[in-house]
Ligand binder design. Structure first.
Ligand code: ACO
Length: 435
C-alpha cells in the first residue's frame, strides 16, 4: 500500500477504498466514490462551522494555534510589529515579499494618491442618520464605491485588480474617518498627502481648526502596529466571506462590504466593542469574581476571551499589552485596564477557562487602548476593518489566481419534509392559471 494514503472500509458494503493524503488532508471529492449503490449520491463530510475543513491552499498567513504562532508570509508577527510599517506589511501580504526602499516609496506614493473620495461618495455619506453605527456606514459606503468604479468588475484582469486594491487600502481610512466625523456632526477633513498612513488617518479624525495636523508620534506608531497585528488572520469568518463572495466574481468593493458585515458581529471583529460594554457593566474590580461566576453558569461569554484556533495564547494580545503601556504614558491610564487585568488574572487561574483553553484574544486589550486614544467604542471594529482590508484583498487576489478554485458552494444534509401535497381545504386557493 503506498504511503500517504488512507484506507477506508465501508462497513455498509464491505468495500475498501484507498484515498491519497496530501498536506495532511484527504480530498472531500474522493469520498464521493464511496456509495452503497448506483442510486446513492456518494459520501460527503458534515462539518458545520468548518471546524475541520480546509477550503483553500494559501501561502499568506500561518497560524499554529497550539504554540501561539502567527506569521505573515513566513515572518513572525513580533518581528514585523517591531520593524515594519503597516503599509510595508500590506505590501508583503499582497506580493509575498517585503518591499525594498524603492518599492516602498512607490507603494506609499500610490496609496497616498488614492486616499480622496469622489465628492458624490462624500455626499452619500452625509445621508446617514447622525447616530448610524460606523461599521454599517463603512460597509455601505465601501459597497457604494462599486458604483463609482464599474471597471472593478473585470476581476480576472490582474492590472484592474491591483488598481482596486490600491484604491481600497487608500480610501477605507478616509471612509472610516468620515463616518466618525459624521457621528460627531463635524465637517469632514480631506486627506493630507504629507502625512504617513496612520498620521493621515488621525488627521482626518481629529483635525479641528489648526492649519496643519501634527500627530503624536507614539500614538501614530501604536496605531500602525495595531494595524499590523490586525492585517490578516488566514481563513477566519470575514476572510472566508471575502473569498466566498469573491468566488462568484463579485467586484472587490462588494466583496469587501460582505467581509465587513461578517467582521461586524460580536463573535468576530465586533468583540472589541463588546469587551468595553462588558467592562462598563462590571463597573469595578471587586465585581469581577461575580461576573466570572455568572459566565461559568452560562450567562453570556467573557468577551475578548477564546479563539477557534489559538488554544495557548493569542500572540497579538501579548504585543498589544506592550503597546498599551506606551500609549498610557501619553494618554494616562484607562481606568478599565484595572478591571481587565483582574479579569484576566482570575480567569487564567480558573479551571473552567483552563480546561477549555480560553485565553485573552486580540480584542481583549485593543479596545482599552483605542478608548484611551479617544475613540468611541462604536469605532473599534472599524479600526479592525481598516488594516484587515489588506488581508481580505490578499486572500481575494490569491483566490483569483488559484486554478483549483470555483464558485463557493457547500453541500447540505437535507433534514426537511419529504414530498407532500398542499391541503387546499385549509385556505382559499389562488385562481388557477389557464394552461
Ligand atoms: N467565555 C466563556 N466561555 C467560553 C468563551 C468565552 N469567551 N468562549 C468559549 N467558551 C466556552 C464555550 O461555552 C464552550 O463551552 P462548553 O464546551 O462547556 O460548551 C467552550 O468554551 C468551547 O467554545 P466554542 O464556542 O465551541 O468555541 P468556538 O471555537 O466555536 O468559538 C469564539 C470561538 C467565537 C471566539 C468564542 O470563544 C467566543 O465567542 N469568544 C468571545 C467573543 C470573542 O472574543 N470573539 C473574538 C474572537 S477573535 C477575532 O475574531 C478577532
Amino acid at each position: 500500500m503506498p504511503e500517504n494514503t488512507l484506507t477506508v472500509v465501508d462497513n455498509r458494503t464491505n468495500k475498501t477504498y484507498t484515498l491519497p493524503v496530501e498536506n495532511g488532508t484527504i480530498r472531500a471529492m474522493d469520498l464521493r466514490q464511496i456509495k452503497t449503490g448506483p442510486e446513492d449520491f456518494g459520501l460527503m463530510t458534515y462539518d458545520p462551522a468548518f471546524m475541520n475543513t480546509a477550503s483553500c491552499k494559501s501561502s499568506i498567513t500561518f497560524i499554529d494555534g497550539e504554540r501561539g504562532i502567527l506569521r505573515y508570509r513566513g515572518y513572525n508577527i513580533e518581528e514585523l510589529a517591531e520593524n515594519c510599517t503597516f503599509l510595508q506589511v500590506a505590501y508583503l501580504l499582497l506580493f509575498g515579499e517585503l518591499p525594498d526602499d524603492k518599492q516602498s516609496k512607490e507603494w506609499v506614493k500610490q496609496i497616498t494618491h488614492h486616499t480622496m473620495l469622489h465628492e458624490t461618495t462624500k455626499e452619500f455619506m452625509t445621508r446617514f442618520r447622525y447616530d448610524a453605527h460606523p461599521m454599517g456606514v463603512l460597509a455601505s459606503t465601501v459597497a457604494a464605491l462599486s458604483t463609482v468604479y464599474p471597471e472593478a468588475k473585470k476581476v480576472r484582469d490582474r492590472d484592474t485588480r491591483m488598481h482596486q486594491i490600491i484604491r481600497l487600502i487608500a480610501k477605507v481610512p478616509t471612509i472610516a474617518a468620515y463616518s466618525y466625523r459624521h457621528s460627531l456632526g463635524f465637517p469632514y477633513v480631506y486627506p493630507d498627502n504629507d502625512l504617513s498612513y496612520p498620521e493621515n488617518f488621525m488627521n482626518m479624525l481629529w483635525k479641528m481648526v489648526e492649519p496643519k495636523y501634527v500627530a503624536n508620534p507614539v500614538l501614530a506608531r501604536a496605531l500602525d502596529i495595531l494595524f499590523i497585528l490586525h492585517a490578516d488572520h488566514e481563513q477566519n469568518c470575514s476572510a472566508n466571506t471575502m473569498r466566498c463572495a469573491g468566488s462568484s466574481e463579485a467586484d472587490p468593493y462588494l466583496a469587501v462590504a460582505a467581509a465587513c458585515a461578517a467582521l461586524s458581529g460580536p463573535l468576530h471583529g465586533g468583540a472589541n466593542e463588546a469587551v468595553l460594554t462588558m467592562l462598563a457593566e462590571i463597573g469595578n474590580k471587586d465585581n469581577v469574581p461575580a461576573y466570572i461566576k455568572r459566565t461559568k453558569e452560562g450567562h453570556g461569554k467573557l468577551m475578548g476571551f477564546g479563539h477557534r484556533v489559538y488554544k495557548n495564547y493569542d500572540p497579538r494580545a501579548r504585543i498589544i499589552k506592550h503597546i498599551a503601556d506606551q500609549v498610557f504614558q501619553v494618554t494616562g491610564k484607562n481606568p478599565k485596564l484595572e478591571i481587565a487585568l483582574e479579569l484576566e488574572r482570575i480567569a487564567l487561574e480558573d479551571e473552567y477557562f483552563i480546561s477549555r483553553k480560553l485565553y485573552p484574544n486580540v480584542d481583549f486589550y485593543s479596545g482599552i487602548i483605542y478608548q484611551a486614544m479617544g475613540f468611541k467604542p462604536e469605532m473599534f471594529t472599524v479600526l479592525f476593518a481598516i488594516p484587515r482590508v489588506a488581508g481580505w484583498l490578499a486572500q481575494w487576489n490569491e483566490l483569483m489566481e488559484d486554478k483549483e478554485q470555483k464558485i463557493s458552494r457547500p453541500r447540505q444534509v437535507y433534514v426537511g419534509q419529504e414530498l407532500r401535497k398542499i391541503d387546499t381545504s385549509r385556505f382559499s386557493v389562488v385562481k388557477a392559471m389557464s394552461r
